[in-house]
Design a protein around this ligand. Structure first.
Ligand SMILES: Nc1ncnc2c1ncn2[C@@H]1O[C@H](COP(=O)(O)OP(=O)(O)O)[C@@H](O)[C@H]1O
Ligand SMILES: [Mg+2]
Length: 213
């Protein structure tokens, strides 16, 4: 479904990724693990079109997506849930979700997807008229996931969805991994990152792909 081949990305003079190759198959959850600065976020941002590679290829469902703008990449079916969530603080919860569906033309599909997100995260439904900034950290993580689901993605990229042991996200989700929950909701496959200094995290989800620093 997603094929990354010999990808290289630089920030100015500084090389951040070199020779990264990775294949994600349909219906798979792949966790990218690696220490701080290993290049996990850079990889997800590059797949999303927020950064341009200096070398290598990225193919999604058989077509190259290198050079496409981020909105074209969303339209192709890839959604990024960025680290730090980035919900719109001055928009209501519902409008934050609606923003995620701005490329979906059929209002009935938007309505159905909104219902799916509310069924998955009842807390968001209860708070749908509240401003984004009034949500707790865990609720904002749900909102960021929900917003990504609103674009009806076939591939979701989740950057550090469960960072920090005291993150309210963990208690909100319980033992249920957010990537699994997102996968059940709309059946895309998912790539997520996880900061990890061990060879294997304690509770691995899906296939692991280790980044060397
Ligand atoms: N905006 C930036 N400008 C310059 N260098 C950056 C920037 N963002 C990340 N880097 C560098 O790129 C490398 C990979 O970072 P990143 O992808 O954020 O790693 P990870 O997500 O695995 O912690 C690091 O060396 C980091 O310092
Ligand atoms: Mg990162």
């Amino acid at each position: 479904m997603l094929e990354i081949e010999r990808l290289a990305v630089s920030y100015g003079e500084v090389a951040a990724l070199r020779d990264v190759s990775l294949t994600i198959n349909k219906a798979e959850i792949v966790t990218l693990i690696g220490g701080n600065g290993a290049g996990k976020t850079t990889t997800l941002k590059t797949v999303s079109g927020l950064l341009a590679p200096t070398a290598g290829g990225i193919r999604f469902e058989g077509h190259s997506i290198v050079g496409l703008s981020p909105d074209r990449i969303v339209a192709r079916g890839i959604a990024l849930v960025p680290e730090g969530r980035h919900v719109f603080p001055q928009l209501s919860v519902e409008n934050n979700l609606i923003v995620g569906s701005y490329l979906v033309r059929d209002p009935a599909v938007v309505r159905d997807t909104l219902d799916q997100v509310y069924a998955m995260f009842p807390q968001l439904k209860e708070r749908r008229r509240q401003l984004g900034e009034t949500l707790s950290g865990g609720e904002q993580q749900m909102l960021a996931l929900g917003r990504a689901i609103m674009s009806r993605p076939r591939l979701m990229l989740l950057d550090e969805p469960s960072l920090g042991k005291s993150n309210p996200c963990l208690s909100a989700f319980g033992r249920d991994d957010p990537a699994r929950r997102a996968k059940r909701a709309c059946r895309p496959c998912a790539v997520r990152t996880r900061l990890c200094h061990r060879k294997r995290p304690r509770r691995p989800v899906g296939r692991l792909c280790q980044f060397e620093t």
